[in-house]
Design a protein around this ligand. Structure first.
Ligand code: ATP
Ligand code: MG
Length: 348
């Protein structure tokens, strides 16, 4: 595709709340950067739920996602009340999105953090563990939830983490488990980590117990590079790391499957600021950068990432990261996008 200049079709869901605003900003930047993509807009989210679709995803949207294999997704609002399934859980399970990848990079001094040295990528298993949804009620007062860890599932996520480290030139992979207590399940994950790690001798490797590891991630994040872990631990430490760099409006993430992959910002639909043209589009832009890397457009990805960082460094900040200083200008969502576009050609 790259060689022919052919535009890759990608499914695009505009989302709810601030979704349409940040998606418009993101697509404008991608097109200005010369991304070889063709957006195929699909219907999912609040409107679908309200028209009686309990999954929140229209049948045509399913077809478009499966056909195009790549989904760029803005945040969605799941209506309150029972009967509505979380759209993200449905997508993950139905599409087999086994890896959740969340980079957490400090943008200090432009975004305040106590840990400017933070540059960590968390790779979380996305289908197994206590999230497999195997729960039972034994009696009125006794309930149980089964922790499912498989060898193929562990191999796939751990290999993904090592391949990620190799491709992105990362030096170390840390595996986090609690195998001193859960000797079978976490023990298997630990063993598979050692086995697969042996195939990547050039990458440093370590295994840490999740409780102390979480505490260290919160206090010495600079000691981590790539982290691979199971579903529940990954859920918790992803939020710890995002908080450490103070970036709810800044971080993107990917959900990788064998067939389909989905790219999104880590934040929600922020209904409190929707429609005001003040939301920070950086999280979705970063997700789009990850998408471009995934489909082999490293050149455009680098160009967009660089322009985004330059814009923030040059002092154009949306309200969420704005601090009143003489050198910094508070800008709207659309003005921020225009500043990014103005920096697309610049050298890193
Ligand atoms: P959801 O249930 O959809 O995940 P949430 O309760 O986790 O939502 P968010 O929608 O992520 O909450 O918003 C949390 C807070 O962060 C809100 O006050 C919101 O205004 C702010 N926020 C979230 N995303 C952004 C953004 N891109 N730009 C600016 N502020 C944001
Ligand atoms: Mg949320």
């Amino acid at each position: 595709d790259n060689m022919t200049g052919h535009a890759a079709p990608i499914a695009v869901a505009k989302g709810d709340g601030i979704g349409p605003e940040i998606m418009e900003a993101t697509l404008k930047i991608l097109m200005a950067a010369g991304a070889r993509i063709r957006p195929v807009f699909i219907e999912m989210g609040a409107q679908q739920y309200l028209s009686g679709n309990t999954s929140g995803i229209s049948p045509a949207a399913w077809d478009a996602i499966r056909e195009n294999k790549v989904l760029l997704k803005a945040p969605m609002t799941t209506p309150q009340g029972s009967g509505y399934k979380s759209l993200n859980v449905t997508l993950r399970k139905s599409l087999g999105l086994f890896a959740n990848v969340r980079p957490c990079l400090s943008l200090y001094p432009y975004v305040d953090t106590k840990y400017p040295e933070t540059d960590v990528v968390i790779i979380r298993e996305n289908e197994e563990d206590l999230y497999a949804g195997i729960e039972h009620q034994q009696t009125t007062d006794v309930v149980q939830c089964l922790k499912l860890i498989t060898r193929p599932g562990s191999e796939r996520i751990i290999r993904y983490a090592f391949e990620y480290a190799r491709v992105f030139g990362r030096k170390k992979v840390t595996c986090m488990v609690k195998d001193n207590i859960m000797k079978l399940t976490d023990g298997l994950f630990h063993r598979v980590f050692n086995e697969i790690g042996a195939e990547y001798p050039e990458i440093q490797q370590e295994v840490q117990i999740i409780d102390i590891a979480t505490a260290r991630l919160a206090t010495q994040p600079g000691n981590y590079d790539v982290i691979v872990t199971s579903n529940l631990y990954g859920d918790i430490i992803s939020d710890v790391a995002a908080e450490v760099v103070g970036s709810v409006g800044l971080a993107g993430s990917s959900n990788i499957g064998t067939e389909v992959s989905m790219f999104e910002a880590i934040h929600g639909s922020a209904p409190d600021i929707a429609g005001k043209n003040i939301a920070n589009p950086s999280g979705l832009i970063n997700a789009a950068v990850m998408m471009l890397e995934h489909i082999g457009q490293q050149d455009i990805a680098g160009k967009v990432r660089n322009a985004l960082l330059r814009t923030i460094e040059d002092g154009y900040h949306t309200a969420d990261i704005y601090h009143p200083e003489s050198s910094v200008e508070k800008v709207s969502t659309s003005d921020f996008a225009d500043e990014v576009i103005a920096r697309l050609g610049l050298e890193p």
